[in-house]
Design a protein around this ligand. Structure first.
Ligand code: ZN
Length: 397
């Protein structure tokens, strides 16, 4: 309600900027440096290597017990879950949705300021809101065989409610991209897996590959045909694979050789595939584009000393989960932060927790010369810029 009212005002805060900076945010659901670093060393993520050598990279401090809706809402509003209202997958018995947001998200502020906005598959953006551009929702979209909207994947034609803004874009996407899955696939249950381990793992991973391919096709289509000043797109399959196919050892909690031995590379393969999608997105990133790659959290094997190591209400169902991210201390599973663009340092590693999920929105607003609203808790990441501030701040030249 609050957001709708704010949007209705529609008054640019600081007037129209003549040449607006271009910002692309590529989000990944669960990017784990422990898995990615060896791949980088072996040259198996050439696109990510290129971005890192031309930019700033490091950990992204997340929130306690992090999960997707919580963290992406914290990113969007630069406020903690208790303040913005999205405290988990389910809030007050209802699946988290945009009507529950108590703080204004970044895309609404940008839209009001005359910045064109394009978003695809960002978690917790269902039902979509009107923006100065387009929005295709992501994780937590409700639909057929996915009534609660939690970690299932309705196709565009099966969605119940508004998954695309403007509505006219639904048929355009169906025609040019296909009847896309809105999110990654639900993980198989323990009953489905037992006795059919090899078949279930193989078929499920094949489906994940298909979903990623369609997601990449959607991103490319939108970047080609609907370029916007601010674009944010999020991939969702990495995390889902890690939860039950993380490459763990026999001494880890929950090790089951029947599942673990089927595709030992399943999880690292997700990042190899991610790198190819990244390459497609980078084709739209020129020297004047600010490019941010972020993830909401990492993902680590279960630990025996947790109160209940297997407890993982958000994704589990009855899936035999062997890795998770909702550890009480979010610092145990930091996300990733990578930035590249005009005036941004090259090959600079951010040590410790210099960047937090709350800093993304203020930093992007500064790039557009928009003042940070009072409620936002983060700070502008001045340390990533060579001169301590984005070149375009305020002027947009
Ligand atoms: Zn997860």
């Amino acid at each position: 309600m609050l957001v709708a009212a704010l949007l209705a005002v529609g008054v640019p805060l600081f007037g129209q900027v003549a040449h607006k900076p271009r910002v692309i945010v590529f989000g990944v659901n669960g990017m784990e440096w422990d898995i990615i670093r060896p791949l980088l060393l072996r040259g198996e993520m050439p696109n990510l290597s290129r971005v890192i050598s031309r930019g700033v990279y490091g950990k992204l401090r997340t929130v306690p017990s992090p999960n997707c809706p919580k963290v992406y809402s914290a990113v969007a509003t630069s406020t903690p879950p208790e303040q913005n209202g999205i405290t988990g997958f389910v809030v007050g018995g209802q699946t988290a949705n945009t009507n529950m947001l108590k703080e204004e998200p970044l895309w609404s502020i940008l839209s009001k300021s005359g910045v064109t906005v394009g978003m695809a598959n960002v978690p917790a953006t269902f039902p979509v809101m009107p923006v100065n551009g387009y929005m295709v929702s992501g994780m937590l979209t409700r639909g057929k065989n996915c009534e609660d909207g939690v970690l299932c994947s309705p196709k565009l034609s099966e969605v119940s409610g508004d998954a695309v803004y403007p509505k006219a874009m639904v048929s355009e996407i169906e025609k040019n991209v296909g009847d896309i899955p809105i999110d990654c696939a639900r993980m198989p249950s323990a009953d489905q897996i037992k006795g059919h381990e090899e078949q279930v793992v193989t078929e499920w991973l094949d489906n994940v590959d298909r979903i990623r391919a369609q997601q990449a096709k959607l991103f490319e289509y939108l970047l080609n045909n609907h370029p916007t000043d601010f674009t944010m797109m999020v991939q969702s399959c990495e995390d889902r694979v890690g939860h039950w196919l993380y490459p763990i050892q026999p001494y880890n909690v929950g090790y089951n050789p029947k599942v673990a031995a089927v595709r030992v590379n399943a999880f690292p393969d997700q990042y190899r595939a991610l790198d190819k999608v990244l390459g497609k997105v980078l084709a739209h990133v020129d020297d004047n584009t600010y490019f941010f790659m972020i993830s909401d959290h990492g993902i680590k094997p279960l630990r025996e000393f947790e109160e209940d190591p297997h407890m993982h209400m958000d994704h589990g169902g009855t899936t035999p989960v062997i890795a998770k991210h909702d550890f009480a201390d979010g610092d145990d599973v930091p996300g990733a932060f990578i930035a590249m663009g005009p005036g941004i340092n090259h090959d600079k590693r951010l040590l410790g927790f210099q960047a937090t999920v709350f800093d993304i929105a203020p930093t992007i607003l500064r790039i557009y010369g928009i003042e940070q609203p009072k409620q936002m808790q983060g700070h502008v990441l001045t340390e990533i810029f060579e001169s301590g501030a984005p070149r375009a701040a305020g002027g947009g030249k």
